[in-house]
Design a protein around this ligand. Structure first.
Ligand SMILES: Cc1cc2nc3c(=O)[nH]c(=O)nc-3n(C[C@H](O)[C@H](O)[C@H](O)COP(=O)(O)OP(=O)(O)OC[C@H]3O[C@@H](n4cnc5c(N)ncnc54)[C@H](O)[C@@H]3O)c2cc1C
Ligand SMILES: Cc1cc2nc3c(=O)[nH]c(=O)nc-3n(C[C@H](O)[C@H](O)[C@H](O)COP(=O)(O)O)c2cc1C
Length: 509
């Protein structure tokens, strides 16, 4: 969102005075809304895969207008599935021009220069702009400290206690229960319903393949920093680390590269045909979307497709997106398993090119699947205050969670099992103190992926769950979760119990 103050630095003093007096007069007019002195324009980031495309941005846009904010440029929309970067640039150019006009600074501004700054800034990569130098102390920053800096969240080391496949041996897929020891860290305390964020590492084979492709004189394990040639200042985008560690732990080498990244790769290709194709893809046109959809290429596949790219390691460390933490719904109750965090993780792997291409493994889920007990899992907690068992404990609850959607509900039923050890479900007047919990679960087949089957049964025996309904998608004429079962379940709650928030709490996952 752009407010008038964002542009003040461009204004000369008298123009600033004009703008200030304009804002002041807007403030003085008592009939105007609370944002009458705000000029704004919104750019929404969304995905057209969702029916309410960019709904939040649209809502904020109209809300500010309703409060008398002055929209200086129409809402821009960036679709994650199509040309988001290009849409942003188009909007940003238009909004900058509109802002210059609104704040009367247009004449002094070099529009070409301003527009060019949308693609580059002083830390953007350009050939021969950066160099790799050894870190003075020769020591890399400790992993969790470095991740804390990168993600501005306190990342702490958990230790893997165990990881077990919850699906049967006959199943072609894996869902693992990952059990972590928090080593007593108070920052890793949580409530049932919260998420754990896990900072994974990339596959060694991919890292090795990239290291073999980059042009560089240093050994992959030397601790280095990237420095700006001109100023000899470190860029500090990444912590001091070896190239191998950077590619393993800090940068994303598997998500298909963005158009901007491809445009910069085109500058490093020597074959004119490859340059041409990379330049085209770098425009983020439909050619890019088709190419990305068809190949979903990771970095090494891009380097193989464009074999003339003379990849600079400084470029990679400076421009590759950061490897993002992955969130998992915590599937254990801290009262049942103090000092532990359990996650229920579907191991992601698929073939590109509509099933005919190379096998791709999900970064985090496959990394967790490979880890050995005792190895470190860098993690932090993200609270989900709106996803809790109800404070009014006598409210009945309906939990709907197919597949790994069961994860947070395991923490709920475990919590209820503990509650039942300290509280009687019914008071002396015969009234329920703890409301019934009904669970709807869906999977493919009873013999393949009915995960936590025994635990669910035990929860019923303990009185923590009233009932569990299971829909099997690969069994003909079985009800489907959220449809047939949803109706059946509400009936079972008894007359007068509708899906109303004051009488029943429904959780869908
Ligand atoms: C709040 C929250 C809670 C979550 N809880 C859980 C949970 O409890 N359990 C759980 O398992 N996950 C959960 N997830 C999802 C989880 O965070 C990860 O996204 C998931 O594990 C995949 O991560 P990855 O690193 O293994 O895969 P990535 O390397 O991130 O790869 C996944 C990407 O690969 C691509 N892809 C995957 N399959 C295909 C395909 N067939 N065809 C084409 N492209 C494909 C897609 O672009 C997809 O985004 C949760 C996510 C959020 C936001
Ligand atoms: C890249 C991306 C783009 C999204 N775009 C939209 C959008 O345009 N409209 C929308 O309603 N939700 C969008 N969402 C989903 C919301 O951010 C939010 O996750 C969702 O409404 C919650 O439901 P879900 O967990 O079923 O996705 C997007 C999510 C992602 C990851």
């Amino acid at each position: 969102m752009l407010q008038s103050s964002a542009f003040d630095k461009f204004a000369s003093e008298d123009r600033e005075e004009k703008a200030v007096s304009k804002r002041a007069s807007a403030n003085l007019d008592s009939s105007s809304g609370p944002l009458a002195n705000v000029r704004y324009s919104i750019f929404g980031l969304g995905s057209s895969a969702y029916p309410n495309f960019c709904a939040f941005a649209k809502a904020v846009d109209s809300l500010i207008a309703d409060m008398d904010g002055e929209r200086i440029q129409a809402l821009g929309e960036g679709d994650e599935l199509s040309g988001q970067e290009e849409s942003f640039r188009t909007w940003a150019k238009a909004v900058f021009k509109a802002a210059c006009e609104t704040f009367c600074v247009g004449k002094d501004v070099n529009m070409q220069e301003a527009n060019a700054s949308l693609q580059t800034n002083e830390l953007s990569w350009a050939p021969d702009k950066f160099r790799l130098v050894p870190e003075e102390s020769g020591t890399a920053m400790e992993l969790c400290e470095a991740l804390t800096k990168l993600h501005t969240k306190r990342v702490l080391p958990c230790l893997l206690m165990s990881s077990n496949d919850l699906q049967s041996d006959e199943s072609t897929r894996s869902t693992i229960q990952v059990t972590m020891d928090t080593q007593g860290a108070s920052e890793l305390l949580f409530e049932p319903g919260d998420h754990v964020a896990i900072c994974p590492a990339n596959e060694k084979a991919l890292v090795d393949a990239i290291l073999a492709r980059v042009k560089n004189e240093r050994t992959p394990d030397e601790v280095v920093v990237v420095q700006v040639w001109k100023s000899l200042e470190p860029t500090e985008r990444l912590p001091p680390c070896s190239m191998r560690q950077a590619l393993e732990c800090y940068v994303d080498i598997t998500t298909p590269p963005s158009p901007d990244f491809l445009r910069l790769l085109s500058l490093q290709a020597t074959d004119p045909k490859e340059q041409e194709k990379l330049t085209l893809l770098g425009k983020g046109s439909s050619a890019y979307e088709d190419w990305k959809y068809e190949n979903s290429p990771n970095l090494i596949e891009v380097l193989n497709e464009f074999s003339s790219i003379n990849l600079s390691i400084e470029f990679l460390l400076q421009e590759a997106p950061l490897l993002k933490p992955r969130y998992y719904s915590i599937s254990s109750s801290p009262r049942m398993y103090p000092g532990e965090i359990h996650a229920t993780v579907a191991v992601v792997c698929w073939r590109t090119k509509g099933g005919k291409g190379p096998l791709h493994n999900g970064v985090c889920s496959s990394w967790l699947n490979r880890l050995k007990p005792g190895e470190v899992i860098p993690a932090f907690i993200r609270q989900a205050p709106l996803f809790r068992l109800p404070e009014k404990r006598n409210l009945p609850c309906i939990l709907v969670g197919p597949g790994t959607g069961i994860a947070p509900f395991r923490s709920f039923w475990q919590q209820r099992q503990i509650d039942l050890q300290f509280t009687s479900a019914v008071n002396e007047k015969g009234e329920k103190v703890l409301g019934d919990i009904s669970m709807f679960f869906g999977c493919r087949h009873p013999d393949l992926d009915n995960i936590y089957a025994e635990e669910k049964q035990k929860a019923i025996t303990d009185g923590a769950l009233r009932e569990v309904h299971i829909a099997y998608s690969r069994e003909p004429e079985q009800p489907k979760v959220g449809h047939d079962l949803g109706t059946a379940g509400t009936d079972r709650l008894g007359p007068g119990h509708k899906l109303r928030t004051d009488s029943v709490r429904a959780y869908l996952y």
